[in-house]
Write a protein that binds this ligand. Structure first.
Ligand code: CP
Ligand code: NVA
Length: 338
């Protein structure tokens, strides 16, 4: 398998075999890390991490992953470069591509990361756009494999805003790898029909099944994985909170819902998650909307504190796996000498 020079923008660009290869490489790098075996395969290379939005996991995984691989790192935060304000994406790509061996981009428009990749001349990795979050999916699938030994035939149910970057990307990943995907949400929050149709087409050759329903108890019935994400994503206007809570409060993942899943079901969330009042936004939502929507009165939104803190919850394994999978993406796309 030779992925050298490739960008990693969406899983749609990668074959089933290539995704499996990245997952195997991730597991190998994880084992090496845990055994204390050095893997500084990219010494003398440097990467630039370009963030238009905030991040904890993605930034830290790219940064510590780059260090583990022996690389130098520059972090450019939402206000740390000329990009967008005085310099176009295209010019930024051509400048950074002359100085770095790889570029991570987290931003708003998916077209921006595509444009960077087109003009940088070095691999560009999508660390999240409004449309897709492909490095997260690798971490999620590694976590699922660790729990179920396989991906094929595993039934993943995504509950919540199913047309955000996570809903879209999980559906694509499932379709590519032969997992069953059910999106549980009000119909207006299902992905674009063209993307669903594309995934249904992919699913025909992998044995995956793609379904959507508004019925949460029917949707999670027998699920192996119950997955959710925030109701309001980065970059969305603050004033969507009330209507989104009204649409999704009844889809909060709680014990009752988990009890309808398979006995061995795990709970997953890409994080950050709202499950209490110990965050600014959690406290604010509880204060503003708690009397109108009782489910959010304690700052619990997409998942209850009980579920995310339960033994079924694998959210911190997922978070750790961001490191190993992101390292695999950087390594495989920057060299074939390892
Ligand atoms: N899951 C994820 O991408 O987290 P960050 O926003 O902290 O990077
Ligand atoms: N849908 C979320 C994912 C965060 C990792 C967002 O875009 O904010």
């Amino acid at each position: 398998m030779n992925l050298k020079g490739r960008s990693f923008i969406t899983l749609l660009d990668y074959t089933k075999e290539e995704i499996h290869y990245l997952l195997k490489l991730s597991a190998k790098l994880k084992a090496e890390k845990n055994a204390g075996t050095a893997h500084r395969h990219l010494e003398d290379k440097n990467v630039c991490l370009l963030f238009q939005k905030d991040s904890t996991r993605t930034r830290c995984a790219f940064e510590s992953g780059a260090y583990d691989l022996g690389m130098g790192v520059t972090y450019l935060g939402p206000s740390g470069s000329q990009m967008g304000k005085k310099e176009s994406i295209k010019d930024t790509a051509r400048v950074l591509g002359r100085m770095y061996d790889g570029i991570q981009f987290r931003g708003y428009l998916h077209a921006d990361v595509e444009q960077l990749a087109e003009h940088a001349g070095v691999p560009v990795w999508n660390g999240l756009t409004d449309m897709y979050h492909p490095t997260q999916i690798l971490a999620d699938f590694l976590t699922i494999k660790e729990n179920f030994e396989t991906l094929k035939g595993v039934h993943l149910v995504y509950v919540g805003d199913a047309r955000n970057n996570m809903g879209n990307s999980l559906m694509i990943g499932a379709a590519k790898l032969g997992m069953h995907f059910t999106g549980v949400a009000p119909q207006e929050l299902w992905p674009e029909s063209s993307l669903i149709e594309h995934c249904e087409e992919l699913a025909k050759s992998t044995g995956s099944k793609i379904n959507f329903t508004e019925d949460k108890m029917e949707g999670v019935k027998g699920a192996d994985v119950v997955y959710t994400d925030v109701w309001v994503s980065m970059g969305e206007a603050k004033d969507v909170w009330r209507s989104r809570i009204a649409q999704l409060h009844d889809y909060q993942v709680d014990r009752h819902m988990m009890n309808n899943a398979s006995k061995k079901a795990i709970f997953m969330h890409c994080l950050p998650a709202f499950h209490g009042t110990d965050t600014e936004i959690g406290a604010q939502i509880a204060h503003e909307f708690g009397s109108e929507f009782s489910r959010v009165k304690n700052g619990e939104m997409e998942v209850t504190d009980e579920v995310i803190e339960s033994t079924q919850s694998k959210v911190f394994d997922e978070a750790e796996n961001r490191l190993h999978t992101i390292k695999a993406v950087m390594l495989a796309t920057m060299t074939n000498d390892y």
